[in-house]
Write a protein that binds this ligand. Structure first.
Ligand SMILES: NC(=O)c1ccc[n+]([C@@H]2O[C@H](COP(=O)([O-])OP(=O)(O)OC[C@H]3O[C@@H](n4cnc5c(N)ncnc54)[C@H](OP(=O)(O)O)[C@@H]3O)[C@@H](O)[C@H]2O)c1
Length: 140
């Protein structure tokens, strides 16, 4: 009997895959559930994906193709913010998962980052003329 992947025999995989709710992780990042190959991609969450920096970071990860890319916005119905992002990303926009989160609402940020392997935190008000409460509180 030949080897599956680089390290486990078919017998080992079959025995382990009978265990409930367990998956075998291979070195290449794929998982095997009940002898079925399931490709997994690490989730990267980018806060402030509508922003100048966030949109470029998102485009870089999406073009790379090795990540499931999630981006936070304060409102998914804010066309003034989402429209330019959509236009800038083109077809890649369809690969982007948008979730709502506000830096002033800790629970929303924690929820947005759930399951992420990486978080790129670039959301921040970027207008020095804002009053301290609106500029510093969300940033810190
Ligand atoms: N632009 C530059 O050249 C540059 C250079 C160096 C460092 N930086 C730093 O990078 C960071 C981002 O700059 P930027 O140019 O990308 O700013 P930006 O274009 O104004 O984008 C700001 C982003 O932050 C989000 N945001 C603002 N307040 C938020 C809040 N309370 N909760 C959740 N999201 C919030 C906005 O989301 P909404 O769509 O919800 O408004 C938007 O996506 C800033 O800290 C800035 O100092 C920027």
């Amino acid at each position: 009997m030949g080897q599956i992947g680089c390290c486990e025999s078919a017998e080992q995989i079959e025995q382990q895959s009978r265990e409930p709710a367990s998956a075998l992780s291979r070195k290449d990042g794929a998982d095997i559930y009940n002898n079925r190959m399931v490709e997994t991609q690490p989730i990267v969450t980018i806060t402030g994906v509508t922003g100048f920096v966030g949109s470029h970071v998102a485009a870089t990860f999406l073009k790379d193709g090795k990540y499931k890319v999630r981006g936070t916005v304060r409102s998914k119905t804010n066309d003034a913010k989402i429209g330019p992002l959509k236009a800038g990303l083109g077809d890649l926009f369809d690969e982007l998962e948008l979730v709502e989160a506000d830096l002033l609402d800790e629970a929303s940020i924690i929820k947005a980052c759930e399951g992420s392997t990486y978080v790129v935190h670039v959301a921040s008000p970027f207008a020095p003329q804002l009053p301290e409460d609106e500029l510093v509180k969300p940033a810190v």
